[in-house]
Design a protein around this ligand. Structure first.
Ligand code: SF4
Ligand code: MG
Length: 335
C-alpha cells in the first residue's frame, strides 16, 4: 500500500502566559492509501492538535511548530503557502468535527454548503454542483434529498446534521478524511449508524481516514490501525488486532479496562484510570504516565522511555517492554 500521509517527528507548542505548553512532542505517524487509522486518548492528549496541525489550522501565535514534517502525497504541507494550503483543505483533505452545529453555516441551505466546495475546488457549474450535492445527500442516507437540499441546518436532527457534514467533507472526493470526535455529541444508536456510514463510504470511495476519539470502544469497528496518545506523545501503536489482543502500555490497558465488555456482569465495576494527565508546561522528566501507572519503576520517574519495537507494526513507549530496564523491573515489580 502506498503511503498517503507521513507525519515525522512533529512537535507543537503553545506559548501562553505561564510558559510553553508542549502540546505534542515528536509525533510520528503514517496513513496508507485507503487505510483507517484511529488516534485515541483522553482530552488534552494532543490528538486534536495533531489533526489541526496537519490541516494547518493552528493559530500561530500562540501555536508554534518546533520541528517536524507533514508529508502529504510526498509534499511537505508545512512548507506550503496559505493559498496553496487552501487548495488542499476541503478538497484533498476533508474534515468532520464533533459539533456539526458550529461547523455548519446556519444562514445557508445545506445544499449550498455542499455545492460551494465543488464550485470552488472542482470548477463545477452551479447546476452540476447541485446535482452532485443531491447525490451526496443520498449517499449519506438522507431521505428526500431534493427537498432537503433547500433546507437550513436547524431543520435537521443532530444525526442528520452529522450526515450533512460527511456529505460536505466527501463531496470533493478527498484522499484523506479527518474526523475529530465525529460522534461524541450523538446518542449511542445514531453514533453507531454514523460510524457504519463512515466505514461504508471509506471502503466505497477508497478514502483514507484518521478517526480521533477518546473511546477505544468505537475503534474496533472502523479502524485498521490504532495510535494511543498520552500527554502529547504516541505511547503505543499497532494494528487493531495487535492492540486489542496484546495491549502493552499500562495506559492502553487502562483504556481497555474502562470499557464495558459484552461478558460484563452487572455487579462487576468498570475500572477507571485514576489521576489526571501531567501539566504540559512542565512535563515530568521521565515517563508522562508515571504518576498514574500501577507498574512504575524507579527509572520511569527519571528517564523518558523510548520506543520499543514489539514485532509486526506494534510499538510501545514504556520501560516495562524495554530490555534495558530488566534489572529495574525485577527489583520494583518482582517479575
Ligand atoms: Fe508505567 Fe514506567 Fe511504562 Fe511509564 S514507562 S507506563 S511509568 S511502566
Ligand atoms: Mg479534541
Amino acid at each position: 500500500m502506498t503511503t498517503l500521509l507521513e507525519v515525522k517527528d512533529l512537535s507543537v507548542s503553545f506559548d501562553v502566559f505561564g510558559g510553553e505548553v508542549q502540546a505534542i512532542r515528536n509525533v510520528n505517524l503514517d496513513v496508507k492509501k485507503g487505510e483507517a487509522v484511529a488516534i485515541v486518548g483522553e482530552s488534552g492528549s494532543g490528538k486534536s492538535v495533531t489533526a489541526q496541525t496537519v490541516m494547518r489550522l493552528i493559530a500561530m501565535p500562540p501555536g508554534r511548530i518546533k520541528n517536524g514534517q507533514i508529508l502529504f502525497e510526498g509534499q511537505d504541507l508545512l512548507k506550503l503557502s496559505e493559498k496553496d494550503m487552501q487548495k488542499i483543505r476541503g478538497n484533498k483533505i476533508g474534515m468532520i468535527f464533533q459539533d456539526p452545529m458550529t461547523s455548519l453555516n446556519p444562514t445557508m441551505t445545506v445544499g449550498k454548503q455542499i455545492s460551494e466546495g465543488l464550485i470552488k475546488h472542482q470548477g463545477l457549474s452551479k447546476s452540476e454542483a447541485k446535482e452532485r450535492a443531491i447525490e451526496m445527500l443520498k449517499l449519506v442516507g438522507i431521505p428526500t434529498p431534493e427537498a432537503r437540499y433547500k433546507q437550513y441546518p436547524h431543520e435537521f436532527s443532530g444525526g442528520m446534521r452529522q450526515r450533512v457534514m460527511i456529505a460536505i467533507a466527501l463531496a470533493c472526493n478527498p484522499a484523506l478524511l479527518i474526523a475529530d470526535e465525529p460522534t461524541t455529541a450523538l446518542d449511542v444508536t445514531i453514533q453507531a449508524q454514523i460510524l457504519r456510514l463512515m466505514k461504508k463510504l471509506q471502503e466505497q470511495l477508497d478514502t483514507s481516514i484518521i478517526l480521533i476519539t477518546h473511546d477505544l470502544g468505537i475503534v474496533a469497528d472502523v479502524c485498521d490501525r490504532v495510535m494511543v496518545m498520552y500527554a502529547g506523545q504516541i505511547v503505543e501503536s499497532g494494528t487493531k488486532e495487535e492492540i486489542f489482543a496484546n495491549p502493552s502500555h499500562p495506559y492502553t490497558k487502562g483504556l481497555l479496562n474502562s470499557l464495558p465488555k459484552l461478558s460484563q456482569r452487572k455487579d462487576e465495576p468498570l475500572i477507571p484510570i485514576h489521576g489526571t494527565p501531567p501539566d504540559l508546561i512542565a512535563p515530568p522528566p521521565g515517563c508522562g504516565f508515571c504518576d498514574r501507572c500501577p507498574y512504575a519503576m524507579n527509572i520511569c520517574a527519571t528517564t523518558p522511555p523510548e520506543v520499543t519495537d514489539l514485532g509486526g507494526s506494534h510499538k510501545v513507549r514504556c520501560w516495562l517492554q524495554d530490555p534495558r530496564a530488566q534489572s529495574d523491573k525485577k527489583t520494583e515489580v518482582g517479575v
